[in-house]
Design a protein around this ligand. Structure first.
Ligand code: GAL
Length: 423
C-alpha cells in the first residue's frame, strides 16, 4: 500500500517542480483543496444516510477546505434519483460524482454513451486492481478501461424475520417455498402479517420476484434469463409467477402506501414476521437500534448470492475534478470502506477489510460471498440494461394489482425481446 502512496507523492512532486521551472509562471505554493464537491445519491433512509455521512466525515478530515454538497433524491433503488440524474447529465450539468450500480447500469447507460472518464490509472496507482475481486472489476470495465469505484457489495436475496415472533410460534426460517407457505399459514392464523411488503415506489415487487426466480430456477437458470439461455415463456417462469402470486396473498393490506423501510416497521413492532429485501435492511435495523432480527437466504436461495454494488465515477463535465479524485480515492480505500459498510449493511468491495467493525449478519455475508454462486441483481442494475430492468420492474409492479400470470409472463418476454436478447 505505502508503495502506491509513494507513487502518488512522486507524481505530485513532479508537477510542483515543473511549475517552478525557470522562466515558467510565477511560483505558487500548491493550493490546498478548496471549492465544492457535489455528491449525488438516493441514500436518505436510516443506515444509508449514516453511512454516507461517515464518508463525508472522513473526506472533511482529509480535505477540510472543500464544501460538500449532499445532493440526495429520496426513493429506494434510485427510482426517482435516476430520472433527475438523466436530466442533469443530458443537460451538461452533472453532479461531481454520482451513485451508480456496477454492471449494465454503469456501462450501458453512462459509459457507452460517452459521459464518463476512465479510472484505470487510479485503480493501478492505488493498487485496487489487486485489492478487489476480478469478477467485480470485469463488470466495471468496458473496452479495456475501468469506469467507476465500487464502495460495497450488497446482497439482495435475504429473508429478514422477527426472531421473537418466530420462536413464540415455534418456527424456523423457511428454506423452501413449501416451508414458507406453511409458516405463513401459521402466522396468519395468529393475526400476524406473514410477509411484509412496502411497494409504494414500484421496484419492491420486482425485487422480491427476482428472489423467487432464483428460488425456482437456481443460479444458472436465473443467469440464463439475462443472456437468452433460459426461456421467459417456459414453465419455470410460470411457476415462479404462480408462487409469487400466492406469496402476495400473505402481505399487509397497506403495502401500496409504504416504502421498504416504512414496511420494516412491521418487523420491529412484531406485527409482521418476514421481509424479503436487500441487506441495506441490516443497516436500517441498526439505525433503529433494533437487534431482534434474524436472517436467512430467501426461500430456495441457499448457496446463491444475488449481488449488486454501489459505485461512483467521474463524469466528463464534472466541475470539481480534483475534489472528485480525492473522493474516489477515499471510496476505494480500506479506511473508507471500513467506515462506510458497517453502517450501510453491506460488505466491502475490497477483499482485505477487517471483519472487526462488522455486524454478525455482515460476517455471515462475507463468508457467503466467498463460497456462494454469485448472480447479478436486475432491480439493482447489475443483470440487464436500464430499459430492460425498467420494463421488468413495471411488469411486476402491475402484477401486484392484476395478479395476471399469463399477461405478466408475456410482458416479461416482450421486455427481453425489446432488449434484443430474446427472439
Ligand atoms: C439499492 C442500492 C442500495 C440501497 C437500496 C435501497 O439500489 O444499491 O445501496 O440504497 O437501493 O435504496
Amino acid at each position: 500500500m505505502s508503495g502506491h502512496r509513494l507513487h502518488w507523492i512522486a507524481a505530485a512532486v513532479a508537477v510542483v517542480s515543473l511549475a517552478a521551472a525557470p522562466g515558467g509562471p510565477p511560483r505558487e505554493a500548491a493550493a490546498a483543496p478548496a471549492g465544492k464537491l457535489e455528491i449525488f445519491s438516493w441514500w436518505t433512509a436510516g443506515g444509508e444516510a449514516d453511512a454516507l455521512n461517515a464518508l463525508f466525515g472522513l473526506y472533511r478530515k482529509r480535505s477540510p477546505g472543500v464544501q460538500i454538497v449532499n445532493a440526495t433524491v429520496a426513493g429506494g433503488a434510485g427510482t426517482n434519483a435516476k430520472a433527475v440524474l438523466k436530466t442533469r447529465m443530458l443537460g451538461g450539468n452533472p453532479p461531481d460524482s454520482f451513485q451508480v450500480h456496477a454492471g449494465h447500469e454503469l456501462i450501458d447507460t453512462w459509459v457507452k454513451s460517452g459521459y464518463m472518464e476512465p479510472l484505470t490509472g487510479l485503480f493501478k496507482s492505488e493498487g485496487w486492481d489487486r485489492a478487489m475481486p476480478r469478477g467485480l472489476l470485469e463488470i466495471l470495465s468496458y473496452q479495456g478501461q475501468i469506469w467507476s469505484v465500487p464502495v460495497n457489495i450488497h446482497r439482495a436475496n435475504i429473508l429478514w424475520y422477527n426472531k421473537k415472533v418466530f420462536s413464540d410460534n415455534g418456527l424456523a426460517p423457511p428454506k423452501t417455498f413449501e416451508e414458507f407457505f406453511r409458516a405463513a399459514d401459521a402466522l396468519k392464523a395468529k393475526g400476524i402479517v406473514p410477509l411484509v411488503l412496502g411497494d409504494k415506489e414500484g421496484w419492491e415487487a420486482g425485487h422480491t420476484f427476482e428472489t423467487v426466480l432464483i428460488g425456482t430456477l437456481g443460479a444458472d437458470g436465473y443467469r440464463g434469463l439475462w443472456t437468452g439461455k433460459t426461456s421467459w415463456t417456459g414453465a419455470a417462469v410460470t411457476r415462479a409467477l404462480e408462487t409469487f402470486r400466492r406469496m402476495l396473498t400473505y402481505v399487509n393490506s397497506d403495502h401500496a402506501a409504504l416504502t421498504w423501510d416504512e414496511a420494516g416497521q412491521y418487523i420491529i413492532g412484531a406485527k409482521g414476521a418476514m421481509l424479503i429485501m436487500g441487506d441495506w435492511t441490516n443497516g436500517w435495523f441498526t439505525s433503529k437500534n433494533f437487534s431482534g432480527y434474524g436472517w436467512a437466504p430467501a426461500p430456495g436461495n441457499e448457496g446463491v448470492y444475488d449481488a449488486l454494488s454501489d459505485s461512483f465515477g467521474l463524469p466528463k463535465k464534472a466541475r470539481d475534478r480534483e475534489n472528485v479524485m480525492a473522493w474516489l480515492r477515499l471510496l476505494g480505500s480500506r479506511e473508507g470502506q471500513e467506515a462506510f459498510n458497517p453502517l450501510k449493511g453491506s460488505i466491502c468491495a475490497r477483499t482485505d477489510c477487517s471483519p472487526t467493525p462488522f455486524s454478525p449478519y455482515q460476517r455471515w455475508a462475507m463468508q457467503r460471498w466467498r463460497g456462494d454462486a454469485i448472480v447479478p441483481s436486475v432491480i439493482h442494475g447489475a443483470a440487464a440494461s436500464e430499459g430492460w430492468a425498467t420494463e421488468y420492474k413495471d411488469a411486476l409492479a402491475l402484477f401486484v394489482t392484476s395478479r395476471d400470470v399469463a399477461a405478466t409472463q408475456r410482458a416479461l418476454q416482450k421486455a427481453c425481446v425489446n432488449a434484443g436478447v430474446c427472439k
